[in-house]
Design a protein around this ligand. Structure first.
Ligand code: FE2
Length: 319
């Protein structure tokens, strides 16, 4: 990876589109993307670079969606994915799917539903083991990752090099944090080991770090700065306002947010959660209703070097 990232001078609002856009509006949005949060020198101010056909190395554009929560989240992804691809110009769309079944966990059936809907790859986290039928599924489906730093003996894998026709290879790494979470193996050393084993042509390297603590997420970002294209936080379901390029060229955001109901506590109905906070008595949590949004980040990456050119927080409101 190349060395020095540009200064992050432009701090604009998140990229937001809605399902009310006409195809014409969506095309216009793709051609004139709104403000990017952080871009390299040479990228026109006010937007992720539109990819001219004449560029020597066409940037790879990846849309990474935050945790998909329950039926509302996965229905929105399924229904709007084609339109979102067209509007963003994304070559690949990835998502964290570990809460797509009932707001907690991922069944084999729902994992298939999301992959069949057109997501190119799913990552996961601490709830991935909830559904027993997933254990056999994940053992045979390389496009569904589980954190690599669980102790040995569990099925599935934490890294995959996706080779899609006509696109450069993209390595996706899935890791989980240990701070305020189960004490699994060290994610920092696991990342080092995974990177050492990657094929040389996998220059684009995306890390989903599923973690609770902002400090641990920032720490992994700096640990991998210059060695991966992006470190993207998941798990806390709230999109953070810190998307940026780190010193040595790695794109970073503390949390991508979620795809799910927004009038909620992290996607779940407010009332039982409030009762639980107010009384400390156990409550049954359920996926909330109401308006749904998809949030995540858009990345432009130079396939020749693997270096990120831009990262922008992204949001799509379903109406
Ligand atoms: Fe999680």
């Amino acid at each position: 990876m190349a060395n020095r990232a540009g200064d992050c001078n432009s701090l604009h609002g998140p990229r937001t589109v809605t399902s009310e856009q006409s195809p014409k509006q969506a095309q216009t949005a793709a051609q004139n993307p709104p403000a990017a949060h952080c871009v390299r020198p040479g990228v026109p101010p006010g937007g992720l670079p539109v990819r001219p056909a004449s560029r020597k190395h066409k940037a790879m554009r990846i849309l990474y969606l935050g945790d998909i929560v329950g039926r509302p989240g996965r229905t929105a992804v399924r229904k709007h994915l084609a339109e979102i691809r067209a509007a963003t110009g994304a070559d690949l769309v990835f998502a964290n799917g570990e809460n797509a079944s009932g707001g907690l966990g991922l069944s084999a059936e729902v994992a298939k539903e999301l992959l069949n809907a057109g997501l190119d790859l799913l990552t996961s986290g601490n709830h991935i083991w909830k559904y027993k039928d997933l254990h056999a599924f994940i053992a045979n489906e390389p496009r569904l990752l589980r954190p690599a730093n669980y102790p040995p003996g569990l099925p599935g894998r934490g890294v995959f090099v996706l080779r899609k026709d006509g696109l450069p290879p993209v390595a996706v790494l899935n890791l989980i944090g240990r701070t305020f979470m189960t004490a699994v193996d060290c994610p920092f050393r696991a990342a080092d080991a995974l990177l050492a084993d990657l094929p040389e042509d996998a220059r684009i390297r995306i890390v989903d770090f599923h973690a609770e603590a902002t400090s641990e997420k920032a720490g992994l970002g700096w640990h991998l700065d210059g060695r991966v294209s992006a470190v993207l936080g998941t798990h806390t379901h709230v999109q953070t306002a810190d998307a940026r390029l780190l010193r040595n060229g790695t794109a970073f955001i503390t949390d991508l947010g979620m795809c799910g109901p927004m009038d909620s506590c992290l996607g779940m109905s407010v009332a039982p959660i409030l009762r639980n906070f107010l009384t400390a008595a156990p409550e049954r949590f359920e996926v909330a209703g109401g308006p749904v949004a998809l949030t995540g980040a858009l990345l432009d990456i130079d396939p020749a070097t693997g270096q990120a050119q831009a990262i922008a927080p992204w949001r799509f409101d379903v109406r």
